[in-house]
Design a protein around this ligand. Structure first.
Ligand code: AGP
Length: 366
C-alpha cells in the first residue's frame, strides 16, 4: 500500500523509484563482488561448486517485466557462462506440462514474490523434482519461501505499479549469477574482472543517465501524441525494447509493439508510417551496422526514429546517448532512458502514473 511509504518529495512514486536506481543497483551488488578472484559471492544459492558445475540448461520464468528481465538474464547466462538458457512467461509454463529435467536450473523471478502464476509454476516444478532458485525483491514472500535458494534484490519496496528499480536490480542479479556460473566453468579471470569492473561502474553511469531527464521529457512530449510506437532491438537490445514498450503501454496507454529489429521486414514493416514512430535500441556492439541499416529501412518508409544508444546517427530524428559499459551489461543502462520516456509520456498525457487503469501491483489471483 503506497500510503505506508514516503514519496521522498517526488511527484510520483514512479519517478522516485526510477531516481533511486543508482542506489538500488549498488545495494544489489553490495558484498557480492570479489575483486581478488573476479567472482560473485551468492551465499543464498545454497549450492556447492559441484552442483553449480552440473547444470546443462537454465530455464527462467516470470511474468510481465519480470519475464523480460529474465530474457535479459538468459542472454547474460549464455554469454558469460555458456550454458543454454531461455526465459518463458511463468503463466504459460505452468499450463503446458513442461518437461522437468534434473540437469536444468530453474530460476523464478518476482518483485513481489506473490505473483500467483509464478508461484504455481514454482510449485509444479518442485512437485516434479526441479531445482528452483528465486530472484525476488520481497524478503520472506511466498516465492522466496518456496524456492530452494536464490538472490534477494535488496531494492527496497517498489510501490508504483510499473516496475523499474526491481527490473534493473533483477538484471544485475542475473549478471552476478552468470558471473558465478561462468567462473566455475569457462569464463576466464580476465573476463571475470572485466564484468566485475563493469558492474561497479553501473551506479555512477545510472546517475549520468538520470541527468538526461529534461531532454527525455521534451522527447516524450514530442512523441506522446502518436497513436502508437514501435520498439525494436537486436539480440541484447530486444529485451530492452520489450521492456520499453511494456512501460509505455502500462502507464501512458499508448499502443506499443516490440519487435526484434531483424523481424521488421518479415511483417511489421508494413505498419511503418509517420504516425507510428520507432524507438530503436542501438548499442555499440557487433550488430551496430545491422541496426543502422534497419534505421535506413524505417526512414525509407517515412518512419520517425528515436534512437537510444551510444552515439548519435543521422539516420535517426532524435538520439539519446547513454554511457557505455561492457557489451553484456549495456542493456541494463539502455533500459533507464525508456523508463523516463514512459514516465514523461504518461505525465504529458495526464495519466494516473502510479496506479494505471486495469492493473494491480501484484497479481495474486489466477
Ligand atoms: C511491470 O511493470 C508490471 N506491472 C508487471 O508486468 C509485473 O512485472 C508482473 O506482474 C510481475 O510481478 P512480480 O515481479 O511481482 O512477480
Amino acid at each position: 500500500d503506497a500510503g505506508h511509504y514516503d514519496n521522498g518529495g517526488y511527484e510520483h512514486y514512479l519517478l522516485k523509484e526510477i531516481s533511486e536506481q543508482p542506489d538500488t543497483v549498488a545495494r544489489t551488488l553490495r558484498g557480492r563482488i570479489d575483486d581478488r578472484f573476479h567472482i560473485a559471492h551468492l551465499g543464498g544459492l545454497n549450492m556447492d561448486a559441484r552442483e553449480t558445475r552440473s547444470f546443462r540448461r537454465v530455464k527462467i520464468i516470470g511474468c510481465g517485466s519480470a519475464y523480460y528481465s529474465g530474457q535479459m538474464g538468459a542472454q547474460l547466462i549464455e554469454e558469460l557462462a555458456r550454458i543454454p538458457a531461455d526465459a518463458e512467461p511463468a503463466s504459460e509454463f505452468r499450463y503446458r506440462s513442461p518437461v522437468v529435467e534434473p540437469d536444468t536450473l530453474y530460476v523464478a523471478i518476482s518483485q513481489s514474490g506473490e505473483t500467483y502464476d509464478t508461484l504455481a509454476a514454482v510449485q509444479e516444478l518442485k512437485r516434479k523434482g526441479g531445482r528452483v532458485l528465486g530472484i525476488v525483491n520481497t524478503v520472506g514472500s511466498a516465492i522466496a519461501r518456496e524456492t530452494d535458494g536464490g538472490i534477494y534484490l535488496h531494492a527496497g519496496p517498489e510501490v508504483s505499479v510499473a516496475s523499474t528499480k526491481a527490473f534493473t536490480s533483477t538484471a544485475v542479479a542475473f549478471a552476478l549469477l552468470a558471473l558465478h556460473l561462468g567462473r566455475v566453468r569457462d569464463l576466464s579471470p580476465a573476463d571475470g574482472r572485466r564484468i566485475c569492473e563493469g558492474l561497479r561502474r553501473l551506479p555512477e553511469q545510472i546517475k549520468e543517465i538520470l541527468t538526461l531527464e529534461d531532454r527525455i521529457r521534451d522527447l516524450a512530449k514530442k512523441y506522446a501524441d502518436s497513436p502508437g510506437m514501435m520498439f525494436v532491438g537486436r539480440v541484447r537490445g530486444y529485451p530492452v525494447a520489450r521492456e520499453g514498450a511494456q512501460k509505455l503501454k502500462e502507464i501512458s496507454y499508448v499502443h506499443a509493439e516490440a519487435y526484434p529489429a531483424s523481424e521488421l521486414k518479415h511483417g511489421p514493416l508494413a505498419l511503418i508510417s509517420p504516425e507510428l514512430p520507432t524507438v530503436a535500441i542501438v548499442p555499440d556492439d557487433e550488430l551496430l551496422d545491422k541496426n543502422l541499416t534497419t534505421l535506413g529501412e524505417i526512414r525509407a518508409r517515412h518512419g520517425r526514429i528515436l534512437m537510444v544508444g551510444h552515439r548519435t546517427s543521422e539516420a535517426a530524428d532524435d538520439c539519446i546517448v547513454v554511457p557505455k559499459n561492457e557489451v553484456e551489461l549495456d542493456p541494463i543502462l539502455l533500459t533507464i532512458p525508456l523508463q523516463l520516456f514512459a514516465y514523461h509520456a504518461a505525465v504529458a498525457l495526464e495519466r494516473d502514473v502510479d496506479r494505471p487503469r486495469n492493473l494491480a501491483k501484484s497479481v495474486t489471483v489466477e
